[in-house]
Design a protein around this ligand. Structure first.
Ligand code: AMP
Length: 378
């Protein structure tokens, strides 16, 4: 199946070609034609499956034939759980808009930054990508009107619910017109997501992509048995060995992320830490540097384990294990994206052993364990 058979306009096919996408991913093969036909969609797929293009391409195509008056009404609304995902989705819209005959104005809004510039810039926006809290503030202050939204996308619905955005989402839904197209994407179909599905969607086309399991086969996994005190030297040892590659290091708390970053820098290894307690400016800058390949080592909490797409990231290190097996899979899924090969390395202390066994059982894969005593660590 080629992209040309999905019903997309030439201007979009041209961008797809320039991005060197050879063929549509499974979710794209099913979702793009269904969305172009104005169906509601329930897509169970995680980041890495190609779900963003599923809605970005048909939305841009649909807006080409709509008369766009300049005002504060937006036509397409994409609700996302995090600022990082908002910025990333905006980037995908920009990318795919490159050759459109009728330009589309896209904007991402999120909290943690000043609201006034956003209010001003919202004039004339066609596609709005927003985190729930800031969207409500902007709608309440009449900087944006949602009553003419023709397509609503809820991306990472499960994460949105996990972050406690249920009430905000209900409020947003009440501001939307009753007739519209609804596209709901979620990594999992849990009770909460199914409830949104039943309340919001009309006869949706349901697409379920078991990407996580597929993806995992491409990721080489190893684990080091290590004591808490030796984690630092082991990390430095590995980062020195991997100095030509980009590495994403996960910790389970913001304090630990800062600590690890501080120690690495003290030992001459440049790195940045990114987590919810950092300012938005610092988060954006670190992520930008990392994505551009200028920053080799990024330390992150689980804030980044989902939703952030970093092209061809070869190594992920779990300095600390996440609590849930699902988060483990999401973390290691940051590597081995888009059919690239990746490697995930986990540090396992005695206290982690039982938990790591549970993770492996859930994943259905056993991970090679290396004793860190056998290494000559710094
Ligand atoms: P997403 O799940 O939307 O975050 O996409 C994951 C990654 O796959 C992104 O880097 C996309 O640029 C890339 N991608 C999406 N669709 C395709 C495709 N059909 N062929 C190659 N890469 C793709």
């Amino acid at each position: 199946m080629s992209f040309a058979l999905l019903g997309l306009d030439l201007s979009l096919l041209k961008v797809i070609d320039s991005l060197d996408y050879k063929k549509p991913y499974p979710i794209q093969q099913k979702a793009i034609p269904a969305i172009l036909e104005k169906n509601d969609i329930l897509g169970i797929a995680k980041t890495g499956s190609g779900k963003t293009a599923c809605y970005v391409l048909p939305i841009l195509q649909g807006l080409q034939s709509m008369v766009k008056e300049k005002n504060r009404n937006v036509s397409a609304l994409i609700i996302v759980p995090t600022r990082e995902l908002a910025a990333q989705v905006e980037e995908v819209f920009r990318q795919f808009s490159a050759y459109l005959p009728n330009p589309i104005k896209t904007m991402a809004v999120y909290g943690g930054v000043s609201i006034n510039p956003q209010m001003k810039a919202l004039y004339g926006v066609n596609v709005l990508i927003a985190t729930p809290g800031r969207l409500i503030e902007l709608a309440d202050s009449k900087a944006v009107h949602l009553s003419l939204v023709s397509t609503l996308v809820i991306d990472e619905a499960d994460k949105m619910l996990n972050l406690g955005f249920k009430d905000e989402m209900d409020k947003i839904f009440s501001l939307l017109p009753s007739v519209r197209q609804n596209l709901l994407f979620s990594a999992t179909l849990n009770k909460g997501v199914d409830k949104i599905n039943r309340v919001l969607l009309t006869n949706p086309v349901v697409i379920k992509i078991e990407e996580e399991e597929d993806n995992i086969d491409q990721i080489k996994q190893v684990a080091y048995s290590v004591s808490e005190e030796v984690k630092g030297p082991l990390l430095r040892y590995l980062l020195t060995k991997l100095k030509d590659y980009q590495v994403l290091v996960f910790t389970s708390s913001t304090r630990k992320a800062d600590n690890v970053g501080h120690k690495l820098r003290k030992n001459g290894i440049p790195c940045e830490a990114i987590h919810s307690k950092k300012s938005q400016g610092a988060r954006t800058a670190a992520l930008r540097e990392f994505k551009a390949g200028r920053l080799k080592v990024l330390i992150a909490t689980d804030l980044l384990s989902r939703g952030i797409d970093i092209d061809t990231l070869p190594f992920v290190i779990n300095y600390e294990l996440p609590r849930s097996p699902k988060d483990y899979i999401h973390r290691i899924g940051r590597t081995g994206r888009a059919e690239a090969i990746g490697e995930a390395i986990s540090f396992i202390t005695n206290a982690d052993r039982h938990h790591f066994k549970t993770i492996q059982k859930k994943m259905g894969k056993w991970v090679t364990m290396i004793n860190s005593d056998s290494l000559s660590l710094p």
